[in-house]
Design a binder for this molecule. Sequence first.
Ligand SMILES: Cc1ncc(COP(=O)(O)O)c(C=O)c1O
Length: 371
Amino acid sequence: MNFIDLKAQYEHLKVRIDQRIAKVLEHGQYIMGPEVQELEERLSDYVGAKHCISCANGTDALQLALMALGVKHDDAVIVPSFTFFASAEAVAAVGAEPVFVDIEPDTYNLSPSSLIAAIEAYRKQGRKNLKAVMSVDLFGQCANYPEIEKICAEFDLLLIEDAAQGFGGSINGNKACSFGDIATTSFFPAKPLGCYGDGGAVFTDNDEYAELLRSFRVHGKGTDKYDNIRIGMNSRLDTIQAAILLEKLAVFPQELNARQEAATWYQSNIHGNYKLPALAEGRQSSWAQYTLRVTGQVERDVCLAALKDRGIPSAVYYPVPVHSSGAFLGADVYTDLHQSEKASVSVFSVPMHPYLSEADQEKIAGALNSL
Ligand SMILES: Cc1ncc(COP(=O)(O)O)c(C=O)c1O
């Protein structure tokens, strides 16, 4: 059994993907070939954002977003502590200070009340200019944007949506990657929409940000790539990855339905002392992960061992809240982060992908229900 079965997906899409790759090999435009623009158009239509700027990975997408918003050394950016390291890393990479906030215990997403507490504390005691919030759509569920957008407007903060895991999710029909001033995603192979290597994209409705993003991703280009008018990066999406993504995007709605079916099956067939994933009102998740929670580390170790004994893969996202990671040890903390700390010792994820068989799901639920 695989945690995420990319091979089963490839077998399903083999003919279409092979043909698309062969087309790229024939025309030979490996950098910024026609598939890149075609994908950007399809992605912005899908998301409902005016601009899509593809790039080399989801971490670069965050860094490009921060650069386009003008976040620099003397700025600070709020980030949830319970996320993948890259969210905070991108803030530090542009020289700004990540200010950690806590999560909601049910959705694992940024807590609006913790956000207000951190803003007020940082504006009293912090050393830098608090400029933006980076909110993360963890495990496939959009964060509470109706509330977060209101808070950002009230406190005059820019908003970035890190939808690396959220692509495909929505709130009342508004799709992930359409929230905030700029949104980003990742096409890492294990993500809901993944390519066969690294890839990412940035979305915005703002023409000025879009122009800056297109410049930053190609060495700060002006009218052409040898007219370098600002310091940028080299962060383009490979044409071959765009070709693969075009075929995967074509079946993405069906795959999302299959993920939803697998999640619904888990919800009604896993019993016992497990806290199952909770969706807030109006949310559709892309089920990037199916994450369960037990009371603590000892209980989690028992579950992980039982799954391993039966040959069932599992994973812990994330065993260390980012504010406790080696890179940020000693960083100033402005609000209570105990929900992030509690989640990191009590959550674990079980296999979730669109090709998961009912037999495998029965095996997984059987193992968990026997404890
Ligand atoms: C929440 C979050 N942000 C950012 C990233 C970074 O994406 P990438 O691995 O494509 O750089 C990831 C990837 O795991 C992620 O989960």
